[in-house]
Design a protein around this ligand. Sequence first.
Ligand code: AMP
Ligand code: ZN
Length: 690
Amino acid sequence: MDLFSHSDDKQKAETRILELRVQIEHHNKRYHEDESPEISDTEYDMLFAELQKLEQEYPEYKAAESPTQKVGAQVKEGFKTAEHQLPMLSLGNAFSREDMEEFIQRIQRYLNMSDFPELVAEHKIDGLSCALHYQNGVLVKALTRGDGKIGEDITENVKTIHNVPQKLKGDTLPEFVEVRGEIHMYREDFDAFNAKQAKAGKKVFANPRNAAAGSVRQLNPEVTAERPLSFFGYAFGVKDESLSHLKNHSEELEIIKDFGFRLPESVKVLKNLDDLFKNYEQILKNRKAGDYLGQKAYAIDGVVYKVNDLTLQKRLGFVARAPRWAIAHKFPSEQATTRLNAIDIQIGRTGVATPVARLEPVNVSGVVVSNATLHNEDYINERDIRIGDTVFVERAGDVIPKVVSVVPQMRLDHTQKFVFPKHCPSCQSPLVRLEGEAAYRCENHFACPAQLEESLVHFVSKQAFDIDGVGEKQIKLFLELGFIKNPADIFTLLNYKEKLENLEGFGEKSVQKMLQSIEESKHISLPRFIISLGIPLIGAQLAEDLSAFYLSLDNLIDAMADDVKKQELLNQDAFGQKILDSLCAYFTQEQNLQIIKALQNAGVVIEAYEPPQIEDNIFNGKTIVLTGTLVTMKRDEAKNMLKSKGAKVSGSVSSKTDFVIAGESAGSKLKKAEELGIAILTEEEFKKLL
Ligand code: AMP
Ligand code: ZN
């Protein structure tokens, strides 16, 4: 019986091993050769770890052709190839503290030592590795890792990467040296590149790594040249005698830097486990915050540890596909694949309609994700995301999870294209997409249930009516209890005084305080009142600018119904067409005007606009036009300085203009000013007057 079940297990293991090998080979091809993975890195790592474990338990099934014994991928057709004199290996993975402790113990056992082996910690950059050959300091060859022994010759492509030195820096350069490192894309470069691809209807990449690999493995270097690639150096490969005096990996890194390479941020030498884990946690935390020590952010998927002492590295040597002297402690992946079951529309505070993907729940770096944003209509169409598709979901930084792309290979027959709904799911009024905007909006504001709660929370917030004791929780409750139905009702809450006092969490005192704060808030400045309305695009600065321009709410409302006055607003530098459209849409809607009336009826008094106090100066109250290029400051800076001196900055020259400030190569505006005989200041003069 026992024997039987034993052989039964064994048979199962064998089947599973074969199954895993086929699966992993398949995913290797997708990842390394097509740059188009079907599963996330974590999902892949789990398959790989399962295979490793089974092969360890059942060594009789170990085989040289197993993916656990091999590195990377086949070379792509069309590329020349070359051999690596020193194999380019993969790295073993650690997924836990225990794995890391085991790694240290393995080294100690192997070297028969009890001290902590000094380690260098580096970011594990999520790109693709590349070996650069320098002959007498000149870049002569660049190879991909390939299968570790033979790589693809990508020399011409690599020459287009902006921070790969074509010539090494330094006086005495080695006759031959190989610098190894990672070709990658910074996050912001990747986002911009992907957006461009999507717009052009071209391939959208799931992550920066795939984008980097796809970009560098192009048969036409001109294509590569257009891609925003970068490079980090992190090790020597083959090196000649002139570098044989180096004792430590950290010294090597210094030399690589001196040669003119950029190193990954936060390289650390570690002397004990405590520091090692602290450093790991810190890097993980920074990654979550999207902060890489102030540098441009790049994708990292773990921390690599390398034994610092090069002699010990040599003694430790290699196992099948990875060095014994290094390991990668992987982070939980920020991505996963799952099925997109449906797309719903969510209406935000300002009425923006955001499509939200309802997903088959999936674990992404420790959190179960069942909803993810799809941003807007274009985002969905450009990526051809359909209901029923298998998609990549990402949780990067602290942002809301998003659907990155579909897995095209996994598309089934019955997927459905998504049609953006024509009506607000909350109030049924039509959704409008303004010219030049990506988003659809419901324009109903306080009269749209979906927007009401958030609109009210915004209405009472610090920057608007600033009512103490009323926040999200209270608004929710008052809405539920029917105490309020619109913002004006807040000012009649006094009617519910007794009921309020009997609510859980509301003593007599706190109700008293709340009502008093409501009472005091009734006298409000014009900018705050404008903010409180929650008009799309109108934040604190614009509310201030509008107030300064119109001085009263009535003037503002009147202007929005008058074409001549609208043009006057456009002539001001601070306001563009989009802002004007948004204001018009708001102030021409009857429901919104009624709300404003209701507020005034409830006792809200908008105070006459008082400009901030400004000391007397030559610019105060003047209308000024900037033209040409300023040399010592940005135009925005000049503009803000002028505003703070009480000036109005206008976009066009007219008889009302007091000064024109002319930078370099000023054109038609300067000419017009001369014609009109308006005072013209050079940048020099302007600065003197400031
Ligand atoms: P793997 O992709 O799991 O085979 O891990 C090995 C790969 O990690 C190498 O081929 C490099 O492309 C990559 N890598 C990223 N950052 C580093 C680093 N700091 N040191 C060494 N390898 C790195
Ligand atoms: Zn609505």
